[in-house]
Design a protein around this ligand. Structure first.
Ligand SMILES: [Zn+2]
Length: 195
């Protein structure tokens, strides 16, 4: 099994079994309830598709920024060589060529035994040629995964960023949302958000 295949298998296992983590060096206390929660994230450029011309992190930042109206704040904490999906106490965003053939990305939420979220990692599938063909699709997928990072589940409304691509095949790539819809944002504000 390839390294990334192993990672995918571990991710799958962890998703089924749930995992307990004791350490959380990068979680920033959100302070008073009036303060927006801050989610610090790291970027791993390893495996970033060459056609992105080194702009992968910029694309990630733009997709994250689209959620700002929800009232959350993400903070770039630096680059890392840790793979997304590994337990390291950091929210790592990166790439993985070994995701399943139908899988555009994966968001892995890791929790302590008490259910408290300590880490959320996102890996985008670096072998999807469609991302190159349709930049709007990559943007939608990125925004969608950060919706999961914020605690959102799927929406049945195909106009929403949180709709599942597989349920909305009739939506043409150039009709995909460029920002979260009001419904996405309402659902985001109602969610518990990063904890
Ligand atoms: Zn999803």
């Amino acid at each position: 099994m390839s390294r990334s295949g192993r990672i995918a298998a571990i991710l799958l296992l962890a998703a089924v079994a749930g995992t307990a983590y004791a350490d959380d060096p990068d979680r920033v206390p959100s302070g008073s309830p009036a303060d927006p929660p801050v989610l610090r994230w790291y970027y791993n450029p390893h495996g970033e598709p060459a056609w992105l011309d080194g702009e992968g992190r910029k694309r990630v930042e733009e997709a994250i920024e689209a959620w700002a109206p929800c009232g959350v704040r993400f903070e770039f904490a630096g680059e890392t060589d840790q793979s997304p999906g590994l337990r390291d106490g950091r929210n790592v965003i990166g790439w993985d060529a070994g995701l399943g053939p139908g899988q555009r990305a994966i968001t892995k939420t890791m929790m302590k035994r008490d259910g408290k979220v300590v880490e959320r990692d996102v890996a985008f599938n670096s072998s999807r040629a469609e991302f190159r063909l349709h930049p709007r699709l990559l943007r939608k997928v990125m925004m969608h995964e950060f919706g999961h990072v914020l605690g959102l589940k799927h929406s049945p409304d195909c106009r929403d960023v949180m709709s599942l691509g597989a349920d909305c095949r009739r939506v043409a790539p150039d009709e995909l949302p460029l920002v979260p819809t009001e419904n996405d944002l309402e659902r985001c504000r109602a969610s518990t958000g990063p904890s």
